[in-house]
Write a new protein. Sequence first.
Length: 287
Amino acid sequence: MRLDDVLARSATDKIAAPWSTPAVLSCAGSDSSGGAGIQADIKTIAAHGLFAETAITALTAQNTCGVSGVATCEPAFVQAQIDAVFQDIPPAAVKVGMVPSAAIVRAIAQSLASWGAQNVVVDPVMVATSGARLLDPDAQQALAQELLPLATVITPNMPEAQALLGRQVSTPQDQQLAAVELAHKLGCAVLVKGGHGSNDANDVLAHPQKGYSPRWFNGTRIHTANTHGTGCTLSSAIACGLAQGLELEDAIASAKAYLTGALAAGLDLGQGSGPVDHMWRHRPNLR
């Protein structure tokens, strides 16, 4: 059918699409500068050719230099957003990022459990790349007890793993032990990300269904100051892989390759830690 014919059809006449596009839901905070949070997730999901849906947990006033303000959403409204999405376009995967309060943690956990959400990826965001704390300290216990056990995989970096365990996580050995211990404790797969320690950009996965045997995903550190939103991007890319039917290990490998390309693309915006280039695969000179 020619485009002119499509445009001529009545607006009330639905046209059946020749393919089905999986949806991915992001439950996260909004980043006004566009590099992290909901904005990074939408760009990542779109770059993977999937349909992005959102449930916004908070609004942030921020740029590449830092966060100057946070306004949290009402827990009931966060829950209403999730329910509305599942009622109409159920997502094939869910990514959960910034959850600023215990009440919002519980709202998300209740909704995801009631809808039987599958392929849930939780990035336990506690501190922004700029150093600003994004998680209410009172929410940490609710996060660990109510939301993380619903996850298919969680993706803490080394400081976040340290906060969840209450002990030092600074070496590759610490990183591996943390992944195994958290997987046992939470009953879900745990990917502890490197990049904050001395092991370059290597991440380690412990999976209950794989006997908790650690698997390393090695990567090359991209030397750039522009790393704003890397955690959001990786976790949403993993969710995309799961939505497309990949096994968890393959989804992680694919997500790491995507993020490496986004970092290496050389996007240089802002006066601080700038964003990665989420659309690098769609630029002819970078393919």
